[in-house]
Design a protein around this ligand. Structure first.
Ligand code: NDP
Length: 334
């Protein structure tokens, strides 16, 4: 299939692109600058131009941002929309998080409908953020559950704004399909904290993607004095399994029209520290002297069966994700 991947410079997108190329799909990815596009191409020296290329989309929040990017010769058959801001350095929750997430999703879907009728399948990277209700947990989280956050609550703090950005963006996508009846089917993928090796373009360890920051901080000694922070989201998935979920979402007929909650299961920051201590004794002095396993009781359960049954997912263990992440950070100078 010929695929368009938005947000090619992202941590997750890098693995999605690799997984698509491995399955012999051809890929055009979007980036904000030629510099980023060229850097990613240089990481794939064996992929010819007709297999891998890029197109510039400077700001997904802007109207019509994707109107040119969705046009291709040969035409696209699938679109994987991963681009969305994931960070908490927010001065204006609407401008920094909500607008790019929601406008970006509506914009790419409208552009496909208008200018890319050959596209038959669209997969969107949503999030566990669009499922979880931290103030009143569901007994069991699954694809059936939706975060009830409102726009008023969204602007209260950066974490709420991020959760709302993902919830409203995913909701907008399902609404688009329902009301616009486009030529394509939609699949959404909802991962919790994504961990695993970094292969994407990033300029420094300081600008590492948000979900891997904890491990970087741990091996750099940030918690040595004050101890580990409590676990914020006690669920994870390895980025390579998540990339596989994206590929299966556009390849498998039975995945169409479905939402997938993809998680390997629970973890605590204490488990991460255990793995680092066991596998990388060179960091022992950077770690806290001891740690607790917080939370002790998660307060909810999860049902991840749909991804296993429909997408055929097999989840890596936390130890595989952390060991390979640390090795990749070492290769980047940590
Ligand atoms: P990254 O920060 O590594 O990637 C985000 C990507 O989105 C980058 O390519 C970034 O481009 C692009 N982007 C953000 N805002 C804009 C904008 N206004 N205009 C154009 N491009 C933009 O994050 P991840 O790879 O971790 O996240 C990818 C997706 O996965 C997001 O949708 C995120 O919400 C979702 N997700 C991530 C989880 C995680 O734990 N990592 C968990 C659940 C969901 P640039 O680099 O140029 O800024």
């Amino acid at each position: 299939m010929r695929c368009l991947v938005s947000g090619g410079s992202g941590f997750i997108a890098a693995h999605v692109i690799e997984a698509l190329l491995k399955n012999k799909h051809s890929v055009v990815f979007t980036v904000r600058s030629d510099e980023k596009g060229q850097k990613i191409l240089s990481n794939h020296p064996n992929s010819p131009k007709d297999q891998l290329s890029y197109v510039i989309v400077k700001d997904i929040a802007q109207p019509c941002a994707f109107d040119e990017a969705v046009k291709s010769d040969p035409p696209f058959e699938a679109v994987l929309h991963t681009a969305s801001p994931f960070h908490f350095n927010v001065t204006d929750p609407k401008k920094d998080l909500l607008d790019p997430a929601i406008n970006g999703t509506n914009g790419i879907l409208a552009a496909i409908k208008k200018s890319a009728p050959s596209v038959k399948r669209v997969a969107i990277t949503s999030s566990f953020a669009s499922i979880i209700n931290p103030s009143n947990h569901a007994k069991v989280y699954s694809e059936k559950v939706w975060n009830p956050i409102t726009m008023e609550e969204a602007v209260q703090d950066p974490a709420s704004a991020y959760r709302a950005s993902k919830k409203f963006a995913e909701e907008a996508a399902w609404k688009f399909v329902e009301t616009e009846k486009p030529n394509f089917t939609l699949t959404t993928i909802c991962p919790p904290l994504v961990l695993g090796p970094v292969v994407h373009y990033f300029s420094s360890l300081e600008s590492l993607n948000t979900s891997n920051e904890l491990v970087r901080d741990l091996i750099q000694g940030k918690f040595a004095k004050d101890g580990l922070p409590a676990t914020r989201v006690p669920l994870f998935v390895d980025v390579r399994d998540l990339a596989d979920a994206h590929v299966q979402a556009v390849e498998r007929e039975q995945a169409q029209g479905k939402r997938f909650f993809v998680t390997a299961g629970f973890f605590r920051n204490g488990d991460v520290a255990d793995i680092v201590k066991k596998n990388f004794p060179e960091y022992e002095k950077k770690l806290p002297g001891s740690w607790e396993y917080v939370p002790k009781d998660f307060g909810f359960d999860v049902d991840n069966s749909r991804g296993k049954e429909v997408l055929g997912l097999k989840y890596r263990r936390l130890e595989d994700s952390i060991v390979d992440l640390v090795k990749s950070l070492q290769a980047a100078g940590a």
